[in-house]
Design a protein around this ligand. Structure first.
Ligand code: CP3
Length: 364
């Protein structure tokens, strides 16, 4: 990997640089640095994917999802597509949270129309001990780092690039459950019945994520986001014991890069998430902007939080709710949905959301 210096996040200059390349639209980085801007930046979780006809075409030309994830030039192409098509203010690297379990020794399959599936799952402490972790596991993800480097070249400094990881609890949930689930009862049973094995697993996942995200930053990520997609199925006590401390370790280990923490349905933990060493906190649509601000506190940037289903409505309705949201946050805000965009959302409706944010101006 070529030697790349980190972004100047937290340093004195106003224009962030990466690999000596100026980022032309640095709105996202400026908001994360605490600057007041004339409008919020906008991007969408899952913007690289099935909403785009060019993604579907690329994807259909391949053997499957994993081929796209593991071929760096193609992953870079999928990453840049929404920047070209929608003009969003950030790119997010095309990949998946499940590359981490795979690098630790637990292969996954992406089953067409069903989602992820793990042929082998974690059942006990011996299974946990057999997994690789830390930099040894993270080194196996060279295809992701290469995808970031290809993307940086392709973007030519147009917008910042977001790297991401699943949170340790969310990854444990898939590794124990073996796939998606409504209740994740096997994964929760593991926490209640084998807490020591669970903590060893969370620790090993955390070590891997830290090495992985640091490699992503070296390869060009300007910002990182941690997705705790299954935060909402834990009780506050379980969340405090089995999720937060590990996210806290990740935040502390990320130097010189802004971190966004998104705990889906984790409203009950927003107060504690607001005290993490991160720059921004993602909100899903179940929390209104005022309550989100109250719970997270005044310091962090907030990200979100339009219901993805709003984008099935007509343009007038989309505009109305989007502007209401922008006014309610009124700064220190990154406009986004409250979760990933649904694949059957009409592209023009996504465009309407993005354009509404980009035409908006704060009245300061
Ligand atoms: O946001 C982006 O545009 C970047 C790409 C991205 C993908 N997955 C691509 C993807 C990101 C950030 C993810 C994260 C991810 N993956 C999460 C966390 C975010 C969240 O949604 O809560 C989770 C839980 C996963 C696991 C995962 N990957 C599931 C459950 C599925 C199946 C459901 C589905 O959407 O099909 C995937 C597959 C997946 N990951 C697709 C894409 C574009 C669809 C696969 C395809 O193209 O066939």
């Amino acid at each position: 990997m070529s030697q790349i210096t980190g972004p100047n996040y937290g340093r004195s200059s106003n224009s962030p640089y990466h690999c000596g390349m100026e980022i032309k639209n640095d709105l996202l980085l400026r908001v994360l640095q605490g600057e007041t801007t004339e409008r919020p930046p906008v991007w969408l979780m899952r913007q690289a994917g099935r909403i785009l006809p060019q993604y579907r075409e690329l994807r259909n030309s391949l053997s499957g999802f994993k081929e796209l994830v593991t071929r760096p030039e193609l992953a870079a192409e999928a990453t840049i597509q929404p920047v070209d098509e929608l003009g969003v203010d950030a790119a997010i690297i095309f990949s998946d949270i499940l590359v981490i379990p795979e690098a630790m020794g637990l292969d996954y399959e992406m089953v067409e129309k069903r989602g992820p599936s793990f042929p082998k799952t974690i059942k006990n402490i011996d299974d946990v001990k057999a997994l690789d972790s830390g930099s040894i596991a993270a080194e196996r993800l060279d295809y992701v780092y290469q995808a970031l480097q290809h993307t940086k070249t392709g973007l030519a400094g147009r917008v910042p690039l977001i790297g991401f990881s699943g949170a340790p609890w969310t990854l444990l949930a898939y590794m124990v459950e073996g796939g998606g689930s409504k209740t994740f009862s096997k994964a929760k049973k593991f926490l209640y019945t084998q807490p020591e094995a669970a903590k060893l697993l969370l620790s090993k996942i955390t070590d891997t994520i830290i090495a992985y995200l640091n490699n992503k930053v070296k390869a060009g990520a300007d910002v990182v986001q941690v997705f705790d997609s299954w935060a909402g199925i834990l009780s506050p006590d379980l969340y405090r014991e089995f999720s937060l401390p590990y996210i806290a370790r990740i935040c502390t280990a990320m130097e010189d890069v802004p971190v966004i923490v998104f705990a889906k349905d984790g409203w009950f933990a927003l107060n504690e998430i607001g005290r993490l060493d991160c720059q921004a906190v993602g909100l899903d649509w179940t929390v209104n902007p005022q309550l989100g601000r109250e719970w997270v506190g005044s310091e962090k940037v907030l990200q979100g939080n339009i219901d993805p289903c709003l984008l099935y409505a007509d343009f007038t309705t989309i505009r109305k709710h989007t502007i209401e949201m922008l006014k309610a946050f009124n700064g220190k805000h990154i406009a986004n949905l409250g979760h990933g965009v649904y694949p059957d959302t009409p592209l023009d409706n996504v465009r309407c959301f993005v354009d509404t944010v980009q035409e908006f101006r704060y009245v300061h």
